[in-house]
Write a protein that binds this ligand. Structure first.
Ligand SMILES: *[C@@H]1O[C@H](CO)[C@@H](O)[C@H](O)[C@H]1NC(C)=O
Ligand SMILES: *[C@@H]1O[C@H](CO)[C@@H](O)[C@H](O)[C@H]1NC(C)=O
Ligand SMILES: *[C@@H]1O[C@H](CO)[C@@H](O)[C@H](O)[C@H]1NC(C)=O
Ligand SMILES: *[C@@H]1O[C@H](CO)[C@@H](O)[C@H](O)[C@H]1NC(C)=O
Length: 488
């Protein structure tokens, strides 16, 4: 690749050699957002297909998305395809997710040979280019058939089906895949899918959201509980049957927001502390200490499911690493807890309201606030025995149709990578950084209006051609130690 457009950019006083050896730099994607081929080769719908086809994402769907299903590999001589582009960019690693309903179309039972072949091909293509696959098993995309049959994550039946799905993945791919995430953004999936009802499976209740089914006062806790038990069950299975042979690692991913008090009142300040403790601790506390946060048990009372002694033992320590996603800051406002628990949703239990910051509402791109990521890493280090961390998603949103000279993305990546380096130097155990996203793709909230890719995808082009943005050149030069530095 040639630097062409960039000219000389100076400043920035770090390079990738400042990172510890073995640190992985990569980029991320997810199955529904990238693969397309939604109805091909035996794949059945996931809850995300149902959500988009009901029109909840501005009428857009991931039916075709970036067509990653067909375009992972070089087919036409002068058209570079995805894995080759990753290699040329200089990625050490690629985080993708497996579509459960492509691999096991009935949710349980027979494996779809075409699905199996696709993931084998993708993994082999990555390995042959020297790129480490990091794989997540669930990214907002439970097979719809399991949602219909028993309500998906709100039923304990999910534990058995998820564990068997994980078993298939470990067995079939674990000789080559060493980094497994069970669930992506477990906390966001629980809250936005079961309390606010704004993402699949769109369950919630009045007045907390507008859904046709669900119960915002309880279901997020129940879904989260079953996620924890399913995660732990998959972790224990790996430990028992695969770890000795495959030597891999199993973790779970949560999203962290930077919580900032809405006003400088004492109440908002304390509410912000609660928000932070809750958002990180909802999953990390049981995974570290075997039970829910005292804060949550006190505020939600009997609405929080209890772990049996055996479950608690299984959950405690079921984590080789924590995946952490971070994008932006959110304002927190204190809400007095006047309603009884049975009428409160999760935020009302915690006594908080989450509000988009003025920064976010006034500009399309995210404000660049990396110092909050440093605070979150410090918080996790101090409260949870400094776990090994992969940053699996972090990236800048721009309008999809805006220029290829995506300076806001370069500034964002530069600032966050620099901050992570500072945190590592201060003792945080971060082992990898993956930017969201490698390619422009279908976005959860905006469809195709916004994008985060290092590579632009022209969604009107029948070939869905990929074109590097300036950020792809920047990242590539950083990764290849070409000493690219920025004056920002
Ligand atoms: C609730 O959702 C329905 C169906 O999607 C929609 O027609 C209605 O306008 C929504 N109501 C509110 C108050 O948002
Ligand atoms: C808003 O953005 C500015 C500049 O990027 C930053 O200084 C400020 O702290 C941000 N505010 C919040 C609440 O993050
Ligand atoms: C991009 O899309 C936005 C919103 O649809 C529109 O306002 C803007 O004019 C478009 N810009 C270009 C360069 O087409
Ligand atoms: C660095 O780590 C120490 C020990 O955990 C902590 O007290 C200090 O606040 C950290 N510094 C920053 C800038 O986070």
């Amino acid at each position: 690749m040639s630097l062409g457009l960039v000219g000389v950019v100076v400043c920035g006083n770090f390079s990738r050699d400042d990172f510890p050896s073995g640190f992985s730099f990569g980029a991320s994607s997810s199955a529904y957002q990238t693969e397309g081929a939604a109805n091909e080769d035996g794949r059945t719908p996931s809850i995300w297909d149902t959500f988009t086809h009901a029109g909840y994402v501005k009428g857009a769907t991931g039916d075709r998305a970036s067509d990653g299903y067909h375009k992972y590999k070089l087919r036409i001589v002068d058209l570079q395809e995805d894995v080759q582009l990753m290699a040329e960019t200089g990625l050490d690693a690629y985080r993708f997710t497996i579509s459960w309903s492509r691999l096991i179309p009935n949710g349980r039972g027979p494996i779809n040979p075409k699905g199996l072949q696709y993931y084998n091909n993708l993994i082999n293509e990555l390995i042959s280019h020297g790129i480490q696959p990091h794989v997540a098993l669930h990214h907002f995309d439970l097979p719809e058939i399991l949602e219909d049959e028993y309500g998906g994550w709100v039923s304990r039946k999910i534990i058995k089906d998820f564990t068997e799905y994980a078993n298939v993945c470990f067995r079939e791919f674990g000789d080559r895949v060493k980094h497994w995430t069970t669930i992506s953004e477990a906390n966001a999936f629980s809250l936005s899918g079961y309390d606010w009802g704004v993402t699949p499976p769109r369950r919630c209740s009045y007045p907390y959201g507008n859904c046709s089914r669900g119960d915002s006062t309880t279901e997020a806790y129940i879904a989260a509980h079953h996620i924890l038990l399913s995660h732990a069950s998959a972790y224990r299975l790996y430990e028992k049957n695969y770890k000795d042979k495959q030597h891999g690692f199993v973790g779970i991913t949560i999203i962290a927001h930077a919580f900032v008090p809405l006003t400088d009142s004492k109440e908002d300040e304390i509410a912000t502390k609660r928000a932070n403790e809750f958002f990180i601790g909802w999953f990390l506390h049981p995974l570290t200490f075997g039970d829910y946060l005292p804060l949550m048990k006190k505020s939600a009372g009997s609405k929080i499911p209890a772990f049996t002694v055996q479950e608690s033992e299984s959950v405690t320590g079921s984590l080789n690493f924590l995946g952490l996603n971070y994008y932006f800051a959110v304002n927190i406002k204190h809400i007095p807890r006047t309603l009884p628990p049975e009428k409160r949703d999760v935020k009302a239990d915690i006594g908080i309201q989450l509000l988009a910051t003025k920064n976010i509402t006034s500009q399309f791109e995210y404000p660049i606030t990396p110092w909050y990521l440093a605070e979150i890493l410090e918080y996790v280090k101090q409260h949870y025995y400094n776990p090994l961390i992969y940053i699996y998603e972090n990236g800048q949103k721009t309008r999809h149709n805006s220029t290829l000279e995506d300076w806001p993305r370069i500034e964002y990546l530069h600032a966050h990578i620099g901050t992570i380096l500072d945190s590592i130097r201060n003792g945080s155990n971060v082992k990898g950084y993956f930017t969201w996203s490698f390619l422009d793709c279908f976005e959860l909230i905006d469809g195709y209006e916004s994008s985060y890719g290092l590579y632009y995808v022209d969604f009107d082009d029948p070939e869905l051609r990929r074109q590097p943005k300036l950020s792809a050149y920047w990242y590539s030069h950083f990764l290849k130690r070409k000493g690219i530095t920025m004056d920002i």
